[in-house]
Structures are given as C-alpha cells and as structure tokens.
Design a protein around this ligand. Structure first.
Ligand code: SAJ
Length: 419
C-alpha cells in the first residue's frame, strides 16, 4: 500500500506484544518503520524477519515488512517523524506504578528529537504520565519547546493513545478497534489522529491526555470488577452448596444481567495490574476497584484449599493440572494464576503432579521438580485420580465425559460444567 501521509518515518520504541505488531502493521501500509528495543536478541531476531513472541499471523506480517525493507530494528533511536512508545509499565512493591521504562525510553528518544516531531505514548499509564513525559524531554532538550511550556505553539507534540488489543487477536484488533487519543493540547491530539488514520479502521476519538490515560485504566478495571463479582459468587456458592455455573447461566437469562466467568484467578500483565494505578492515584476513593483486586488475587488460594482437602483423602494423590497459560488458547505463562497454583501444589508435595499444557514444549524452571512432569492431555487424564482445571483451553472442552467419570474434578474454570 502507498503511504500518502506526512509521516514518512515512524519509530516504534519497545518491540514487545504491542510494539512489534504495531510496527509491522504500519510498515505494511508502506511507511518506513524503525523499531527500537533494548534487547539485542529481539532486534536481531526481527532483522532476520522472525519474531521473538507468539501471536497469530504476526510472523508473516513481520517477515514481509522486513523483506520489503519497510521495517528495520535497532537498539539505538534514530531520527524519525514520530515516536510511538510501547514499553512495559509494571508495578513495584506495594502496587506502586513503575515508570522507569517510560522515563528511560523518553530520555533516550529526546536526544534525536527534531522540531515538528510527534511522540505518542501507547503504554498503559497512570494519570499524569503523558505530562511527565513532556517535562522529562524538556530536561534533555532545552533547545526545543514542549506542550507543557508552549501549548499549541510547542515545537514538539505529545499525545497518549492507549493500546486496547486482546492477546491472540492483536493483528485484527489493531486495525478494527476504536482508539482514544488524548493530547496535551488539541493540536497534539489532532496530529496523533492523522497517524492512527494510516492503519486504524475504527473511530479515533479525541480527548485530553489525562482522560485518555484514565479511559484505559477504567476499561481494564471494569473487567476486573466484573470478574471479581463472578469469583466472589463462586466462593459464596461453594459455601452454600450451589453450582455457580448453573447459577450464572440462569441469572444471565435476565435481559439486563451479564455475569462473567469465575476462574482460577485473574492473570496477565494488564487487568491484574492497571486497577492498582487508579488505587494509587486515589487511594481513599477507589474502594470497589481495590476490593475487586483483592478478591481476584485470593482466588488461587481458594482453589488450592479445595485441592488440599481432596488430596488428603487419597493414599497416592495423582493430580492433573490442566493448563498453565493465563487464559485460554495462548502460550503466555506470565503472571498466570495457573502457574502460581501449580507451583504451590508441587512445593507442598500434595501428590504426583501431571501438568497438561498443550501450548508449551517444556516446563518453566520453577515448575521442574521430582514430583512434576509435563504430559500430553491423554496421559494426564489417564494417570490422574484428581483433575484441576486452571485454564479453559478449547482442547480441554472436547474431552469425553466418560473419561472423567472415575476422577475427582475441581473444575475452577467450569470447562465441563458450562454447557
Ligand atoms: N478472566 C476470567 N473470567 C472472565 C474473563 C477473563 O477469569 O470471564 C481471566 C482470564 O482467564 C485472564 C484474565 O481474566 O486470566 C484477563 O483476561 P482477559 O481476556 O479478560 O484480558 P487480557 O488481560 O488478555 O486483555 C485485556 C483486554 N481488556 C479488556 O478486555 C477490557 C484488552 O483489550 C487490553 O488491551 C489488555 O487487557 C491490555 O493490554 O490492557
């Protein structure tokens, strides 16, 4: 495709789960893209036309972008018309946001900034971060003016456009999702909108930077609160001897009720993290948001306690842990409650542990032990006398009920109950 926008050269800083797909999609629209990452391994892999992360269809997109010369990766920032920042924003001890990746990326870019450049922060960030970026850059470049100093007349434009893509559907959602674009000034937002129009088919909705930051945190907190409601119901139902899956199915037949699924806990690096940024900004006001986090974080221990009781009734407990990924049909084990639970089962020596995770070839270091083994689905089902479902992978749903009839099942994901 031919690029007719004023953005001839786009730099994407941070080539992970968000940055790399974004870089490849923009390159596929005929724009020259420079990807910047601190990891030499990531940079070398990408420059060979390969990928260092797993996401459907990304491999082909990157390969074609690199082969046509439109995408190039480097460890040092180069001159560009726009810089899109997609680096991690984890939290530190006490759930405090850690902005060091953003600060160091921004200060690094500042060295190569030119008058007229646009910087867009894509990383999910606490309210006020985009404004902080403006200050950080001005410390490095006293020769340029920034929006917090010179408003609409600033030499440099800065905006926030939070990523909203769902892992597993990134390529599709990058193009089709609506985007919220918040500028420090309206000119910043308008300029950023021109950038996103190169590849986004959804609407680009304009606001200020603080509202855009809060919008992203709100989306993930909304989901966290609703999952917490489902998880709380599952624990109450257990106490009251009610099947929570049947309960939710029935309640959801009300035209204005739509309860989400209880599970083994909330994992991933977004929903279990972002609500804490709201709590950190307004600790006295964010009551439901904080409690939802606590409820979801308590779910793994609840599942473990159920398993401890069941295992105590067996002479030789053989436990099949179904799934390690943080959610269905992906291979991502980071911040996964399934890993946390499995690790504890192994550590507490609750029995022989048969780990079934069809999306990985070998166990992560922390799950390797004398009493643990990565096995196929068939072997796990055959060997185990206790089965605990931790991730709702599609392949698990196809297991015939007759195979399960002689096992004790703790179905934390409702895989074999829902339908
Ligand atoms: N989960 C449940 N029950 C449910 C739904 C999810 O227990 O009914 C669990 C999942 O198993 C998983 C966790 O919640 O452990 C999070 O999974 P998810 O599919 O809800 O979300 P993520 O973390 O993969 O992606 C979210 C998305 N945000 C929203 O849906 C509001 C995505 O659009 C964001 O771009 C992404 O966070 C992000 O990067 O912030």
């Amino acid at each position: 495709m031919h690029n007719e926008s004023s953005f001839k050269r786009v730099s994407v800083v941070g080539l992970g789960y968000i940055g790399l797909p974004t870089a490849a999609v923009i390159a596929s629209r005929g724009v020259d893209v420079i990807g910047v990452d601190v990891s030499e391994y990531a940079v070398n892999t990408i420059n060979q036309g390969k990928i260092h992360i797993v996401e459907p269809d990304l491999d082909m997109l990157v390969q074609s972008a690199v082969t046509t010369g439109k995408l190039k990766a480097t460890t040092q920032p180069e001159v560009a018309d726009v810089f899109m920042i997609a680096v991690p924003t984890p939290f530190t001890e006490g759930h405090k946001p850690d902005l060091t990746y953003i600060e160091s990326a921004v200060k690094n870019i500042a060295k190569v900034l030119e008058k007229g450049n646009l910087i867009v922060l894509e990383s999910t960030s606490p309210v006020g971060t985009t404004e902080k970026m403006s200050h950080w850059m001005s410390e490095v470049r006293e020769d340029l003016s920034f929006p917090h100093q010179n408003g609409e007349q600033a030499d440099i434009q800065i905006a926030h456009c939070p990523e909203r893509v769902l892992p597993g559907y990134v390529i599709q959602e990058l193009v089709s999702n609506d985007r919220v674009i918040g500028g420090i000034t309206s000119r910043c937002a308008e300029r950023a909108k021109q950038l996103y129009k190169i590849f986004v088919k959804g609407d680009c909705l304009i606001t200020d930077a603080r509202t855009a930051e809060m919008a992203k945190l709100t989306e993930n907190s909304f989901r966290d609160v609703n999952i917490a409601f489902a998880n709380e119901l599952s624990m109450i139902s257990d106490q009251l001897n009610i099947n929570v899956w049947e309960l939710i199915k029935l309640a959801n037949r009300h035209p204005r009720v739509n309860i989400l699924n209880p599970g083994a806990g909330v994992g991933g690096h977004c929903i279990a993290v972002d609500p804490w940024f709201i709590v950190d900004s307004a600790p006295d006001r964010a009551k439901i948001i904080r409690t939802a986090r606590e409820v979801n974080d308590s779910k793994p221990e609840f599942v473990l306690n159920k398993l401890r009781k069941v295992a105590a009734e067996f002479k030789t407990p053989k436990i099949a842990c179904m799934g390690l990924a943080f959610k269905a049909d992906i291979d991502d084990l980071r911040e996964s409650p399934a890993v946390e639970i499995t690790q504890q089962i192994i550590h507490d020596q609750l029995g022989e542990v048969y780990i079934v995770e069809p999306h990985i070839q070998q166990l992560p270091e922390k799950l390797r032990a004398e009493n643990s083994k990565l096995v196929s689905l068939a072997e796990g089902l055959e060997q185990a006398n206790i089965i605990v479902t931790l991730t709702d992978h599609s392949v698990f749903k196809q297991v015939k009920p007759s195979i399960l009839s002689e096992k004790v099942i703790i179905d934390a994901r409702g895989i074999w109950e829902k339908d």
